[in-house]
Design a protein around this ligand. Sequence first.
Ligand SMILES: [Fe+2]
Length: 136
Amino acid sequence: MRGLFEAAPREQARVLVVHHNVLRGDISRRMGLARWRQAQRRIVASGAEVVLCGHDHEEGAELLGGRVVVSTAGTLCRRTRGGRPSSFNFVTIEPTAVHITYFRWDVESRRFRASDTTAFARPGREAPAQQVQAAS
Ligand SMILES: [Fe+2]
């Protein structure tokens, strides 16, 4: 993975997609991976900038290792955690920032509606990423 990311053109975002959640679920308190410490170290060392994952059925937007943006998708089925609405994450990668917006199912209007957005600065190779919470 590291070799692929290193060889890619500099202007391209390094995005890693895995099924299982790489961070502990807030509600489930579960890690999605059996050897999660090793997996987290490898992800950080890979040069990935953004990780897209799911499995835990609870949406999340956090940093791993202070610099890898992790977008954990909720679920579109009814098996949500804590009776939460179904949701998906809309991830936007810009030259200087990564934005993750949760779209949650709204029962009344019977449609997904944009909800919270979390923004992460997308630094060059030098500075650590920063997280900014924005409510909409
Ligand atoms: Fe799963």
